[in-house]
Design a protein around this ligand. Sequence first.
Ligand code: HEM
Length: 503
Amino acid sequence: MCARYGHVARLRGGFFGLQKDALYITDPLALHSILVRDQRVFEESTEFRGLFGIIHHGEHTATAYGAAHKRLRRVLNPIFTAAFVSKLSPIFYKIGFQLRDRLAGMLQNGPAEATNIDMLDLLTRTALELISQGGLGHSFNSFEEDSKEFDTFHEALTTVLPMGGRLFLVFPFLNGWRKMKPAWLRGFLSATVRYIPWPSARRFKWAVDTMHPVCKRLFMDKKRLIAQGSISELEKTVSGGKDLSSLLIARNFEIDDADRMDDEMVIATMSSIVLGGQETTAGALSRLLCLMAERPDLQRRLREELNTAQSGKEDDEELDYYELDKLPLLDGICREALRVFAPVTFVWRETYEDSVVPLQFPIRDPATGAETRELLITKGTPVYIGMGAANRSTTIWGADAAELKPERWMEKSIDESTPNGVKMPGIYSNIMTFLGGGRACPGMKFAILEIKLVLSILIPAFEFISCPEEIDWRLGITVGPYVKGKEEAGPSVPLMVKKIGGQ
Ligand code: HEM
């Protein structure tokens, strides 16, 4: 994208052909202005605020902007710190071992022969369990073959964004619709969606109506538990009170009235945490295993690093959050995989007032032909932040930008990761994958722990080998893997898997 169109591109008619011309921006200095310096000017688009407001049944971080968004993040950010996330390691290990045992049970062949396994299915179950136990303090029993609760919730979770994406024709009306009064009329009209001849809208409504009651029930259960005693009653949940929603509910009790979220907001936030954390992580983990399969040399080196680290521990002792974080090759591989293959490739912003942003890489003014290092973005212009494209720009990362090179990060400071010391405004590792500024992903540390911990369990136990099938990673609101020629079968990631050392 950057090589062909530069770091600022104009999209005629916007992304969906229905809007004012949009800008697709990957320039580092412009991104800094849009995401950090002038965040109040470039807020979440009205279209996405409407879509996510409907998905999560209410106000939460994706629907709020300006001071209201800042207030919500003040409540949310402290529960995502390393101090809290690191306490989730024992829960994550328990789930990681369930994954390992389930995979081992599926390998009928002896150690010399590999079995073809859809790793996406297993990693999806894992990611849902990690986010539901770590995020909601609830288990969907995702590893049980006939867990109806898993099947239904998971189907809703993986349906809602692809179907939501197909509703782009009505995107401009969604934010107005969800605030329509009287509420009973909105409720009545929304019930009629079940009967309209638009399958995507019907599926979307089913998914939304399936997710919301689950989050509401889990919240009400916690509230009832607190009413029976005190906040410490939350320790009786599956996570021992360490999950994000228990922390959120507890924090919401403690803070000033002005900042406190109402019940509907807490429920919508719980729902946004599950949706935000499930598909992204399942996709990232599947991609990482595919990369390991394509690069047996790297897979072998990673296995050696993990085995050496584990050999320094007692038999029943696991590597903790901080130990996992310090393993250089594991770290370099994660950073590179998340750089080259960002699970969310772009986000959409709306320009609330005219603004001039500086450019790191000059562009030509189309009117005069003169080179300029400034860009005037007029009010109302849709702006797309191209995280995936910025992460792969050869101008920023060098000629080998598209290659997976963990060495890019090893024994180097973050500033040395780009050949010319270009500084990106992302919150993670000089890359844009988790975005930057006040709307950056709060779940970044949670996601990195999940990814590193699952790899630390799988790579020493199994060998992953590529299949002949070609996987097409399709761009939606997130990126989804489909086997070429078998797209109608839905997303999947087939890999050949072998047990290591005849376990
Ligand atoms: C590899 C995994 C992940 C990636 C690539 C990712 C990426 C992102 C990005 C790009 C955004 C900004 C969206 C926007 O501004 O429109 C975001 C927001 C968000 N993410 Fe993540 N995320 C990941 C994992 C997680 C996890 C595990 C959680 C929860 C535990 C989470 C929770 C959230 C929430 C709540 C927001 C909304 C923040 C706001 O609106 O202020 N994410 N994420």
